[in-house]
Design a binder for this molecule. Structure first.
Ligand code: ZN
Ligand code: ZN
Length: 369
């Protein structure tokens, strides 16, 4: 919703804001173009941000291919949900941030009025995709950050501490996903052995979060040596390459045959949930934060016999981006190390194709408007 009168009054906005910006627009499956668009205007509870950087992930590939539900229509839709930047203008009811503040975001803004939002589960908002009821998922159900400017609900913005770069800011959103999974599964992991499957951006941020939260052993499982090595540098105590070793026997070997207290599935690989079950000790927990290309087969009877609990969570809910900012500010989460490729906005099409084809083994690809 846009309150034209507020913006016309020029409330707390710099005179330098242009009327027209460059923005990536999805015109159809695989057809993204950078064109001129009007700079969006913030509603009463929204903030206009000059985007410094926007990351891309697997969700963007689904969006790019036209396989994502509830997106705005082709030709009128700017994706990008992992962005960070500088506040350029404020809506009439915003006093939580000031023009010039550097901010990072969480992608989801709940409606604030449904049963789920009222208990903090706003990534499962019952009005998901309903702008009129106040829900907004930037870059997914609303315009996002592959543009020079983006608007966002003030409740989903976080000040970026001075010690953090915009690269760190992009990965804050990603870290929130891992932390939300831990949160949903009970939160307190000090002393527990944790296995993280999938050394992609979510997995690599989750490895760091587990270390920061005092986990016993942090064991990272993956296939690509460069990512596993990065995971080791970022705090994994052990890394297991499934192309070289059976992850189940390796984890059992590291845990005196009992298995880990918790397995966190960040890979989205179809065999991984079953492997999670086999590396988790009796009475342990499995946390699934990934998406899969199709149905997954699990030996549920074995999971029940072992009294293992399975948790799932979507995105970076539960105010966990705030936790991610705090951990990063204390030097416990490092995001910039994951940025392997950067492109100007004009080359977003190249960036998306590089990520999809895994050219140069990208970890986090960012676009700079
Ligand atoms: Zn993402
Ligand atoms: Zn809601």
């Amino acid at each position: 919703m846009t309150d034209q009168s507020t913006v016309a009054a020029g409330l707390a906005s710099g005179p330098e804001i242009p009327e027209i910006m460059r923005a990536a627009v999805l015109f159809g499956p695989g057809d993204i173009r950078v064109i001129d668009r009007r700079v969006p205007q913030p509603g009463p509870d929204e903030v206009l941000v000059k985007v410094a950087m926007c990351g891309m992930c697997g969700t963007d590939l689904k969006i790019f291919d036209g396989h994502f539900p509830l997106t705005p229509p082709f030709g009128d839709y700017t994706p990008g949900h992992e962005w960070t930047g500088t506040v350029a203008a404020l809506g009439s009811r915003v006093d939580e941030v000031a023009v010039g503040d550097r901010v990072c975001i969480e992608a989801h803004s709940g409606c604030g009025r449904c049963d789920n939002c009222l208990v903090g589960k706003y990534t499962a908002c019952l009005n998901y995709g309903n702008r009129a009821k106040g829900h907004r998922a930037t870059g997914m159900t609303a315009d996002g950050g592959f543009a020079e400017y983006a608007v966002h609900d003030v409740g989903s913005l976080y000040a970026l501490p001075p010690s953090l770069s915009f690269e760190d800011g992009v990965l804050i959103t990603t870290a929130g996903t891992g932390l939300y999974g831990l949160d949903v599964a009970g939160g307190y992991i000090a002393g527990q052995d944790v296995v993280v499957f999938g050394p992609g951006p979510v997995g690599l941020m989750t490895v760091q979060a587990c270390q920061a939260l005092g986990a016993g052993q942090v064991i990272l499982v993956g296939t690509r040596p460069s990512r596993l090595e990065l995971g080791r540098r970022l705090g994994a105590d052990h890394v297991i390459n499934v192309n070289e070793a059976d992850p189940v026997s390796a984890v059992l070997g590291l845990t005196a045959g009992a298995g880990a207290d918790m397995a966190i599935e960040c890979s989205g690989a179809v065999p991984a949930p079953q492997q999670c079950a086999e590396v988790t000790k009796r009475g342990g927990k499995i946390v699934i934060v990934a998406f899969y290309p199709g149905p997954v087969t699990l030996d549920l009877s074995a999971i029940v016999r072992s009294d293992i609990s399975i948790y799932t969570s979507r995105g970076e809910g539960g105010n966990n981006v705030k936790r991610a900012v705090a951990l990063a500010a204390r030097g416990r989460l490092h995001g910039a190390e994951l940025v392997t490729h950067r492109f100007p906005l004009a080359e977003i099409d190249t960036a998306l194709r590089l990520m999809r084809d895994r050219v140069g083994d990208p970890v986090k690809v960012v676009v700079e408007p």
